[in-house]
Design a protein around this ligand. Structure first.
Ligand code: IPD
Ligand code: CA
Ligand code: CA
Length: 264
């Protein structure tokens, strides 16, 4: 197995076990912003993952949501870590959250793992080697039209009153089988990779949210760009992921909403 992926999987499973155990206990919640929650579990998970990665790859940079860092930024390899993606779900006892660990080489994702410790689903990918769920290959869906699709999105916890996404939600809801809002961008991307969702878009995601999931979608045969169809860079302002077949249609709807964002 790819040595980077092997270490990432070990770390994701160990961190996931911590989250799974703490999920059943009362949570100690603090606030990073108005509705931006963080729990002790976010920190415990991050500490473990970072210790494992630093121990094995001391020359690699690390960008982790709760602030841990590794070697100097500018290193050839950089790990993008979300120790608990779906903190709001976790804090409310809604079992939809994951550990996300992505590795980028000179800015391009090359390995990624997303682990949901409740469903015990481990999504993994290495550039050029396909995407897997619990070791079995996965592929994006074959749905050809937005009208026949199930898509997903998410809403930011920072400056949420400034987000125009509700207008996109409105339009996509009326033009598809429905829009899901599950609260874990990493799992949303994995659901596109596994063909459960046909498309996903969101604004304001960070590199730790998408570093692993973006590669999962690409390796499962899907497409990841900005909403305008430009190359998506980790941490870019908006992201569109799909099975490829409905990509252009989703781009067109996004352009339509951007041109007339106000709804009654
Ligand atoms: C959040 C989740 C959510 C997305 C938010 C993210 P967190 O991450 O991925 O689905 O809509 O934009 O911030 O805070 O739970 O790690
Ligand atoms: Ca996140
Ligand atoms: Ca998080």
């Amino acid at each position: 197995m790819n040595p980077f992926l092997e270490v990432a999987i070990e770390a994701a499973r160990e961190a996931g076990a911590i989250l799974r155990e703490e999920f059943d206990r009362p949570k100690k919640i603090t606030y990073k912003g108005e509705v931006d929650l963080v729990t002790e579990s976010d920190h415990r998970s991050e500490k473990l993952i970072v210790a494992r990665l630093r121990g094995r790859f001391p020359d690699h940079a690390i960008v982790a949501e709760e602030g841990s860092t590794g070697a100097a930024a500018g290193a050839r390899y950089c790990w993008h870590i979300d120790p608990l993606d779906g903190t709001t779900n976790f804090a409310h006892g809604y079992p939809c959250f994951a550990v996300s660990i992505g590795l980028a080489e000179e800015g391009q994702p090359v390995a990624g793992v997303v682990f949901n410790p409740v469903s015990d689903e481990l999504f993994s990918a290495v550039r050029g080697e396909g995407a897997y769920l619990n070791g079995k290959p996965i592929h994006v869906s074959a749905v050809e039209k937005l009208a026949h699709s199930l898509v997903a999105t998410g809403f930011p916890t920072h400056q949420r009153k400034r987000s125009a996404n509700i207008n996109y939600y409105w339009e996509f809801t009326l033009r598809s089988h429905g829009v899901r809002r599950d609260g874990s961008a990493a799992l949303d991307l994995c659901s596109v990779a596994a063909g459960r969702f046909d498309g996903f878009w969101e604004f304001g995601l960070n590199s730790w949210d998408t570093g692993a999931g973006m590669l999962l979608v690409q390796e499962a045969g899907g497409k990841v760009t900005s909403l305008a169809g430009k190359p998506y860079q980790l941490g870019g302002p908006d992201l569109l992921a799909s099975n490829g077949r409905i990509h252009e249609e989703m781009q067109q709807i996004a352009a339509l909403v951007a041109a007339s964002p106000v709804k009654p």
